[in-house]
Write a protein that binds this ligand. Structure first.
Ligand code: ADP
Ligand code: MG
Length: 233
C-alpha cells in the first residue's frame, strides 16, 4: 500500500519585490505517493523552483498545508528544518553543487558526516553508492576531473546515500547534452524502479516523458496533472 509521502493543500507563495508583491504560487494542491516518479513542467518563471524549494523545506509557503510523510511542515526552526531535510530529502541540482576541493568519494560521504557516521562506515557506503552510479573507479578524483554527466552521478550518489524518502531534482539535466541526459534519466528510472520517490523539475518535454506523472504549472496554478505512459529508457 502506498501512502502520500507529501501532501500540499491550497499553498500560496508571494515574493516581496520592494515595490510590489509577486504572487508566484496561487492555491497549489498536490499529493504524491511513495514510489511515484513525478515531473513538474512549466515555462521559465512559472514557479517550479519555488514549489520544489517549499517541498524541500528550503523555503516556506505563506499559507496552506504541507505535510511530509505525515509531519506538518510549518514554522520550523532552522535546526528542525535541517534535521527534516537530512532525514527525508536528497537534492539534485542543475549545477551539481559539489564541493570542488573534495574528491568524488568525500562528496558522496558528506551527508553521513553530518549524521555522525564513523569514517570507516562513511567510506564503505560512499564506495557502494559510487558503484551504484557506475563511478567506483573515480572515487579519488576531484569534480574538476569529471565530465558533467559524471558530476551529476556523484550528486545522485550523494542524494541517495542517506536513503531519503524523497529525491528532489531541479533541472538535473539542464547542463547536460542529450546523450548524457538520456543516461541520467535512465539512472533515475532505475532508482525509481527500486522504489524511491522522485520529483523532477524540468522545462524539457522529453525529460518529463521519461517520468510517470506530469504536473504542469501555469500562472501560479496547476494547469494539468496526469499519469503518463512513461518512455522506458
Ligand atoms: P521557475 O523555476 O519555474 O523558472 P521560479 O520559481 O524560480 O520559477 O520563479 C518564479 C517567479 O518568482 C519568477 O518571476 C522569479 O523571478 C520570482 N522569484 C523567484 N525567487 C525569488 C526571490 N527569492 N525573490 C523574488 N522573486 C523571486
Ligand atoms: Mg527554476
Amino acid at each position: 500500500m502506498s501512502h502520500p509521502i507529501l501532501k500540499i493543500e491550497d499553498v500560496n507563495k508571494s515574493y516581496d519585490t520592494g515595490k510590489s508583491k509577486l504572487h508566484v504560487l496561487k492555491g497549489i494542491n498536490l499529493s504524491i505517493n511513495q514510489g511515484e516518479f513525478v515531473s513538474i513542467m512549466g515555462s521559465s518563471g512559472s514557479g517550479k523552483s519555488t514549489l520544489l524549494n517549499i517541498i524541500g523545506i528550503l523555503d516556506e509557503a505563506d499559507n496552506g498545508i504541507y505535510e511530509l510523510d505525515g509531519f506538518p511542515i510549518k514554522h520550523l526552526t532552522e535546526v528542525k528544518a535541517a534535521e527534516y531535510r537530512s532525514r527525508f530529502i536528497g537534492f539534485i541540482f542543475q549545477s551539481f553543487n559539489l564541493i570542488n576541493y573534495k574528491t568524488a568519494l568525500e562528496n558522496v560521504a558528506l551527508p553521513l558526516y553530518y549524521q555522525n557516521v564513523s569514517r570507516k562506515e562513511r567510506t564503505k557506503k560512499a564506495l557502494e553508492y559510487l558503484e551504484k552510479v557506475g563511478l567506483k573507479e573515480w572515487a579519488e578524483h576531484l569534480p574538476s576531473e569529471l565530465s558533467g554527466g559524471q558530476k551529476q552521478r556523484v550528486a545522485i550518489a550523494r542524494a541517495l546515500i542517506s536513503d531519503p524518502k524523497l529525491i528532489l531534482a531541479d533541472e538535473p539535466t539542464g547542463a547536460l547534452d542529450s546523450k548524457t541526459t538520456h543516461d541520467i534519466m535512465k539512472l533515475l528510472q532505475d532508482i525509481n524502479n527500486e522504489g524511491k520517490t522522485i520529483v523532477v523539475v524540468t522545462h524539457e518535454p522529453d525529460v518529463a516523458a521519461q517520468t510517470k506523472r506530469n504536473v504542469v504549472l501555469k500562472d501560479g496554478r496547476i494547469e494539468s496533472d496526469e499519469f503518463i505512459k512513461q518512455i522506458v529508457l
